[in-house]
Design a protein around this ligand. Structure first.
Ligand code: F6R
Length: 365
């Protein structure tokens, strides 16, 4: 049932404040402001490293998770798309832990990666939406994302719920490893707790602007997304979402890679979507934006109030989000990315919930 939404995808985008709140309540004790993951089967404290494998959007959630596990838990992360991970013959040690991220829990390559890790003696955690799935069954610990059924083929609420769970696990791992103090834990958990409310506000705030911008995007043949830090996987997620449902060619790049190739593509016909909250990478990303502007590129700048005040560059559009802590920024900044792809596809008249050539669950290699 789509309720009063035109598509399941739209419904699922707007469900995010509610489902994120469910997901968090599974991992967070809001009375004490602490993380309370029931991860006994996985000893993050003793782990020498973490291997993560997944496909598509779930892989990109894992890539954001890598930044968090390394930063907050000082745990080195090895991550790859599952179709490569399973065949790379990488040396693994039983002292590493492994996480597999999958909405459906049935993705063939992700399952094969899981079995590869099992053969190598690693303890296995599954970040899944479907708790009765094969990947969940074959794991030592199940970390449910609690997103509820996701019908739209393009993943939206599963992505942000995966992020919420990975953030909680990374903070929990940091606590176990002594790299996140009790004070830091409380502060981080307070930020997580604010997230559903901020998401609701942002969804209402940006909707009209996303709709009008999508008219512009629908005329384009190519779009480039740029970001640094956790905004780099978001750039790739933005590009993936746009190409999947609108069939517009899009690429996501680390902003620092611009001058190593993609800058050759810049002209007035290819909008560049820059994702840059006012974080420690902001100045660097703005200098990449300058390089785009200097070559006549048109910029769609997704930033926050502080970033908008700090940059004087002319843009085609600036999407201004509230200033939020960096632990929740990837979830908040996912919203304009999802809505932009959604409205562009609606405007172009594609089959948003069932894009051509795609299947919701990829159970063959
Ligand atoms: C993108 C999308 C796909 C899936 C990928 C993995 O919007 O939905 O890229 O993320 O096929 O699927 P799961 O998470 O079920 O393993």
């Amino acid at each position: 049932d789509k309720g009063n939404h035109r598509h399941f995808m739209e419904k699922e985008i707007y469900e995010q404040p509610e489902v994120i709140s469910h997901a968090l309540s599974h991992y967070v004790d809001f009375a004490e402001n602490t993380i309370s993951t029931n991860a006994a089967a996985i000893d993050f404290k003793a782990a020498s490293g973490l291997a993560i494998s997944a496909c598509g959007t779930a892989y990109l959630a894992g890539l954001v998770g890598k930044y968090w596990f390394e930063r907050y838990a000082r745990l080195p992360v090895e991550i790859d798309v599952a179709s490569e991970f399973r065949y790379r013959e990488m040396p693994l040690s039983p002292s590493q832990a492994a996480l597999f991220i999958s909405q459906s829990g049935e993705t063939a390559d992700t399952l094969a990666s899981l079995r590869y890790c099992r053969e190598n003696g690693l303890k296995i955690g599954a970040v899944v939406n479907v708790r009765e799935s094969t990947i969940a069954r074959e794991s030592d610990a199940i970390f449910p994302i609690m997103a509820g059924p996701e019908i739209g083929v393009a993943s939206t609420k599963a992505f942000t719920c995966q992020l919420a769970v990975l953030a909680s696990l990374a903070i929990g791992a940091g606590k176990a490893r002594g790299t996140v103090s009790a004070d830091e834990e409380r502060a981080l958990v307070r930020h997580l707790a604010e997230m559903p409310r901020i998401m609701s506000r942002v969804l209402n705030l940006i909707q009209p602007q996303m709709e009008s911008l999508s008219r512009e995007l629908s005329k384009c043949k190519d779009v480039l997304y740029l970001g640094r830090g956790t905004s780099f996987p978001l750039a790739m997620e933005g590009a993936l979402k746009l190409k999947e449902i609108s069939y517009i060619h899009a690429e996501g790049y680390a902003a620092g890679e611009l001058k190593h190739g993609p800058i050759a593509l810049i002209d007035e016909n290819m909008p560049v979507i820059v994702i840059a909250p006012f974080d420690r990478f902001f100045e660097k990303t703005v200098s990449n934006m300058q390089e785009v502007a200097a070559r006549g590129g048109r910029i769609i700048f997704i930033t926050d109030e502080a970033g908008a005040a700090a940059s004087k560059l002319p843009t085609m559009a600036t999407i201004i989000l509230p200033v939020v802590d960096e632990i929740i920024a990837p979830m908040i900044f996912s919203l304009p990315i999802q809505l932009l792809a959604y409205h562009t596809a609606v405007f172009m008249g594609t089959d948003v919930d069932q894009p051509r050539n795609l299947a919701k669950s990829v159970t063959v290699e």
